[in-house]
Design a protein around this ligand. Structure first.
Ligand code: 13P
Ligand code: SF4
Length: 337
């Protein structure tokens, strides 16, 4: 066994996770709960995680709520059941704590669409502009950012910038275009997008609406403009979830990553939730990065406290300011985890 551990640790950075066998008869839920207690760990999970991963989490939330929780936790170790930029954010907020992620390759197409070296050159063209970056970006990009935002607080963050100031918004052009419409601010947009939210088919959604005439179509603002135009309600994952709870409607076509449907069904068992269909016949409305985290990887990561998020000090110092600024503005505006 010890040679298997040594081998797995050696190959960790190539594989992204500890590639070791887990006893298939083991009760993983029980084992994870026991590790949590023994090591004073907290599991923070995003709504896009597999249902079984959500079910063992201490806290499930959207990007803003998870960063608010990470900022306040008194656990010794933060286990991030989400993607890399989320775990990096938790590390920046807790430089002295261990932050672990079940699979280091759980990245994000949006974060990848904005390499810091290119963005730095782009930014030079607008020296007087304030940079707002969607939190779905790398830690290094956060060092080039004045204020971060998430899809929950983006409108409030944009409106917090004095009117006379120009704004660069990165990296999501769809969320950026949506915010220009909502706020009337003329922002310069970076040309990035989320691969999951760009695959919805307007034609198939229209057909679904015909088959389910009472269903409301709800969508995340990372979707393209022609999809958002069809939506009865637009919001972040937590806002979509809250909408389905409070709405009198009993049927919803859900235009975001399909993982959120688990919490919608738990909260409203008598309502119907239909995942909005992608263009092709693939399961591309599931984020391939989010879904890299499995129960086995979660267990191994907690047992061996690997893979760990390590960031250089200068990145933490410079990048953190943009997150702190976001949390300050969000707290003033009444956003609670
Ligand atoms: P929110 O968590 O802000 O709804 O964003 C969704 C998302 O794409 C996270 O990667
Ligand atoms: Fe990134 Fe899109 Fe996956 Fe969210 S759903 S982690 S934005 S690729």
């Amino acid at each position: 066994m010890s040679s298997q551990i040594a081998h797995a640790k050696k190959n960790l950075f190539e594989n992204g996770f500890l590639d070791m066998e887990v006893d298939p008869t083991m009760d993983l839920v029980e084992a994870i709960q026991a590790l949590k207690k023994e090591k004073n760990m907290v599991i923070l999970a995003h709504y896009y995680q597999e249902s079984e991963v959500q079910d063992v989490a201490d806290y499930i939330g959207d990007s803003l709520q998870l960063s608010q929780k990470a900022a306040k936790t008194d656990a010794d170790i933060i286990v991030f059941a989400g993607v890399h930029f989320m775990a990096e954010t938790a590390k920046m907020l807790n430089p002295n704590k261990k932050v672990i992620l079940p699979d280091l390759k759980a990245g994000c197409s949006l974060a990848d669409s904005c390499p810091p070296s290119l963005f730095s050159k782009f930014k030079e063209k607008y020296p007087d502009h304030v940079v707002i970056s969607y939190i779905n970006c790398t830690a290094e990009l956060k060092t080039l950012t004045d204020i971060c935002c998430t899809s929950s607080n983006a409108e409030v963050i944009v409106n917090s910038v004095p009117e006379e100031k120009g704004i660069i918004f990165a990296p999501d052009k769809n969320l950026g275009a949506y915010l220009i419409k909502k706020t009337g601010r003329d922002m310069v947009l970076w040309n990035g997008a989320c691969m999951v939210h760009e695959i919805f088919s307007a034609e198939k959604i229209t057909k679904l609406k015909v088959r389910h005439p009472n269903a409301l179509f709800i969508a995340h603002p990372e979707c393209e403009e022609h999809i958002l135009k069809m939506a009865d309600f637009i919001g972040s994952t937590s806002q979509l979830l809250n909408f389905t709870k409070s709405s009198e409607a009993t049927s919803f076509i859900v235009g975001t990553e399909a993982g959120i449907i688990h919490q919608m069904e738990l909260a409203s068992p008598d309502k119907e939730f239909i995942a909005a269909p992608p263009d092709s016949n693939c399961a591309c409305n599931e984020c391939p990065y989010m879904k890299l985290n499995t129960m086995e990887k979660l267990y191994l990561c907690m047992k061996y406290e690997l893979p760990e998020i390590i960031l250089e000090d200068w990145i933490i110092e410079q990048g953190r300011k943009s997150i702190d600024r976001m949390l300050e503005i969000s707290a003033k505006a009444g956003f609670k985890a």
